[in-house]
Design a protein around this ligand. Structure first.
Ligand SMILES: C[S@@+](CC[C@H](N)C(=O)[O-])C[C@H]1O[C@@H](n2cnc3c(N)ncnc32)[C@H](O)[C@@H]1O
Length: 377
């Protein structure tokens, strides 16, 4: 039964993706986004607001290594991946992946790889670790709680310590009757007897094909995952009234405990080394949310502003077979060096951990390509 449901949705989505839908902006391909109220495409203004709100919410988690399960036409991927070190997109629709691959190529976005797989059968390299796993507007196509639990288990195997799982656009189970009554009342003829509509409402709620779940259901599902999981839920952003802003919500799951970082000499300061802990701004953010009381010094952070410049200087002094400036420039580009944008750390100041957070970013005295950040309240 569960497999039949998955096959049904796979066929439906693959079909939907045959024809791009939208206003010509290839990064906003709205194929499959049909209004339950009208049966027509959801208005562009609503979808623009929805994308901006969702991207903003994910950005506030400051991810740098992202796995998106159910990446669709890449509306999130194409916006978020350019700011990330790596971005992996998984979907069970080959048509959607072919579309996204082409857009990634045209836009020249680096660090993206795409995989065709069912959400509960990720076959990613075992060593790959992510600081954020995104499942946005996907969970409603899962057959049941067992399936979601399997998906979360698979995701957790690839989650760096302190990483987060973003479950976006979850359909509220408690509000299903209200969603259907709102839809039926808008569609019904003005002279239709309410008693008839009430009967139809009961039938429509009972035969709902998309899965809906409440925050309490999430608590129950995550209770059996290894380690303890903290869950925060939020209403959707946006002023426009539609089936997303009214009846859906987002949840962020964090695995506890985060990284075990040592105390500094004063016993109050916590010191963490970026290289040793495979950190990212998102992991730091989660740690601060959980343990608000301590000050934190982060050291050894690779400086994105300088990694290429310093590599070029090193090769200029010891060319290792490179002969021309062009060859050197190409070798630097190919080396795909990555670092952390200091602005991403300053962004934590307004990342939801409290207005009182102060972040000082400084050169690291003993390593020119590294910087450090002191976080205090
Ligand atoms: C509504 S779209 C969301 C796309 C994207 N996450 C976004 O927010 O724009 C749902 C996507 O999830 C994919 N999907 C649904 N169920 C899936 C499953 N069980 N395994 C893998 N992909 C799935 C569909 O093919 C579709 O591309």
């Amino acid at each position: 039964m569960a497999n039949q449901k998955i096959d049904h949705w796979r066929a439906l989505w693959d079909d939907a993706y045959e024809q791009p839908v939208g206003d010509g902006d290839p990064s906003l391909n709205l194929a499959g986004w049909t209004s339950s109220y009208t049966g027509l495409p959801i208005p562009l203004a609503d979808m623009r607001e929805w994308v901006a709100g969702t991207v903003g919410r994910i950005d506030s988690l400051t991810p740098s290594r992202v796995l998106e399960i159910g990446c669709g036409t890449g509306m999130l991927l194409l916006r978020i991946a350019p700011r990330c070190e790596i971005y992996r997109g998984v979907d069970f629709s080959p048509t959607s992946l072919a579309y996204v691959a082409e857009q990634v190529r045209v836009a020249g976005i680096e660090g993206v790889r795409l995989f065709e797989a069912d959400a509960d059968q990720l076959a990613l390299p075992a060593s790959e670790r992510f600081d954020l796993v995104v499942l946005n507007s996907v969970v409603q196509y899962f057959p049941d709680a067992d399936y979601l639990r399997r998906v979360l288990l698979g995701a957790i195997q690839h989650l760096a310590p302190g990483g987060a799982i973003f479950l976006g656009d979850l359909r509220s189970r408690s509000l299903l009757p209200c969603f259907h009554s709102s839809r039926l009342l808008r569609q019904a003829d003005r002279d239709r007897p309410l008693s008839e509509l009430a009967t139809q409402l009961t039938g429509d709620v009972a035969s709902e094909v998309e899965w809906a779940l409440d925050p309490a259901d999430l608590e129950a599902i995550t209770a059996y995952l290894p380690g303890s999981v903290s869950i925060t839920t939020q209403l959707k952003r946006g002023r426009r009234r539609n089936e997303m802003t009214c009846f859906r919500y987002d949840a962020t799951l964090r695995l506890e405990p985060g990284p075990a970082w040592g105390r500094g000499a004063d016993g109050k300061d916590v010191v963490a080394d970026w290289r040793d802990e495979a950190l990212s701004a998102s992991i730091v953010r989660g740690w601060l949310d959980a343990r608000g009381e301590a000050d934190l010094t982060l050291q050894g952070i690779p400086n994105a502003r300088l990694v290429e410049e310093l590599k070029a200087l090193r090769w200029l002094r010891r060319p290792e077979g490179l002969e021309t400036v062009g060859e050197l420039a190409r070798a630097v580009r190919r080396a795909r060096l990555s670092g952390i944008e200091p602005e991403d750390l300053w962004r934590l100041e307004r990342g939801g951990v409290g207005d009182e957070l102060r972040i000082e970013v400084d050169w690291q005295a003993d390593a020119a390509d590294r910087f450090l950040a002191r976080v205090s309240r």
